[in-house]
Design a protein around this ligand. Structure first.
Ligand code: SF4
Length: 444
């Protein structure tokens, strides 16, 4: 189990020398306890203490980076079994497969589609992460040529899937500088593949269906100089994947088996139920998910689910408070008060833009809470509205003093009028009814 900060602190030199980059030993101990610092940062520990503390303070799931540069995919470094306990930190990389047995045009099409796909949702750009190149031909030269066609790893991170070390040699000669994920080391070939991973500094997947064997194989590869590992438990079904992945994550979080403290690899292709397998991988701990080329609806569903699962449940997605003009408003346009919960903002934005009605969306800082929660929790108050009107100079934008507030904020209408001097109009509860409400009620 993880050690508490004060227990860690007892083992530190307590000189507060700051060589670790923290002002005090206690501050360092607190970072260690949450897995956010490395024990190596303190140079004044004897090797025994280092081993003791290193074992209990490193993240239970190792952080592994696939690819380099802007689009690289960091996976792992997770601390909990259930999202509501804290949060999940690193969303799984979705890698779309191409085969070296396909015609060049097909490979090119898929690569361009993955590179250019962007789904915008609640102000975030959601993207697919990379390409998994499968050596179905079995030919090293052809594998290397397809890896080159996929960009060689320079633009999109790659997974290299092959059976024979010669194919990996050929592909790594092209892409080895870009940290592709090598798939996979098995009981038979692990020595050669661990040596390749070490030589190129690449992450490596270990693959075997039995968990004790998987842990042992991971240990051998790490000892051979390939510490950045993913685990492929070779699931035969979706339910099998969920059960095995849960067992791996439980062992990692409980630190009962160091050989299972790595991110999980899921290949959805052999499972034949792409949408369900993507959902299972996203929900149940996959770090890298390989998928066939995805239809538009599948892509959107997977990216949306991943965004939802990897959003911090304690921190709602927020937009910046302020005044947002919509449809080129003039001085007679309505001022529509709302909160800075992203989903509320983008939902209203969609309805208002589609309506063509010029308006100003006036967003108060409720720390990301929705209207109903902000009113109930005392975050949306007449004082906040009055201060925000001043802060954003809302009165300078229009020639009236009418403020439309959300229907769920109706209990505040009188207080807002008293605090601001503006006349308050109570709008609908549902944003979908706002355009109709404005058509009927807005008369200035
Ligand atoms: Fe304390 Fe070690 Fe950090 Fe110095 S380097 S402040 S001794 S934890």
């Amino acid at each position: 189990m993880a050690m508490k900060a004060l227990d860690i602190y007892k083992h530190l030199p307590k000189t507060n020398c700051k060589k670790c980059g923290y002002p005090t030993c206690l501050a360092f101990a607190m970072k260690l306890a949450t897995g956010k610092a490395e024990i190596e940062a303190c140079p004044d520990l004897d090797p025994e203490t280092k081993t003791l503390l290193g074992g209990v303070t490193r993240p239970p799931v190792r952080l592994v980076q696939v690819g380099v540069g802007e689009r690289s995919v960091p996976v792992g470094e997770e601390f909990v079994l259930f999202r509501h306990e804290k949060t999940f930190y690193h969303p799984p990389g979705i890698m779309v497969q191409v085969s070296d047995a396909w015609p060049e045009e097909k490979v090119r099409f898929v690569v361009e589609e993955v590179r250019d796909t962007v789904v915008q949702r609640v102000g975030q750009d959601l993207v697919l992460n990379g390409i998994a190149v499968r050596n179905e031909s079995g030919l090293p030269d052809r594998f290397a040529a397809t890896v080159t066609l996929a960009g060689g790893g320079s633009s999109l991170p790659l997974v290299l899937i092959a059976d024979n070390p010669a194919s990996f040699e050929a592909a790594l000669a092209v892409a080895g500088n870009y940290r592709p994920l090598i798939h996979a080391a098995t009981e038979e070939n692990w020595e050669e593949l661990a040596a390749l991973a070490k030589r190129y500094g690449c992450p490596l997947t270990v693959r075997t269906p039995n968990l004790p064997n998987l842990a042992a194989l991971a240990g051998k590869c790490a000892d051979a100089g390939a510490p950045d590992l993913l685990l492929d438990p070779v699931p035969q079904s979706l339910s099998g994947f969920i059960a095995t992945a849960t067992e791996i994550r439980r062992a990692a979080i409980g630190r009962t088996e160091p050989g299972l403290g790595y991110p999980i690899y899921l290949d959805t292709v052999p499972l034949n139920e792409t949408d369900a397998a993507l959902a299972a991988g996203i929900l149940k701990y996959a770090g890298i998910i390989v998928a066939p080329p995805l239809a538009h609806a599948s892509r959107e569903a997977a990216l949306t689910l991943r965004q939802n699962i990897y959003t911090d449940p304690q921190k709602p997605i927020q937009v910046t408070p302020g005044i947002y003009p919509i449809n080129d408003p003039g001085p007679s346009a309505p001022i529509l008060l709302t909160v800075n919960f992203s989903l509320t903002y983008f939902t209203l934005l969609g309805y208002l833009e589609a309506s063509g009605i010029p308006s100003y969306l006036f967003i108060a800082d409720t720390e990301g809470l929705s209207v109903l929660t902000a009113v109930a929790g005392g975050k949306l108050t007449e004082t906040l509205v009055a201060e925000s009107l001043k802060e954003f100079n809302v009165g300078d934008l229009v020639d009236h003093r009418l403020l439309v507030i959300p229907g769920y904020a109706a209990p505040l209408s009188g207080k807002i009028e008293d605090a601001t001097g503006w006349k308050v109009l109570v709008g609908p509860r549902d944003g979908a009814d706002l355009p109709g409400y404005l058509e009927a009620e807005w008369k200035t």
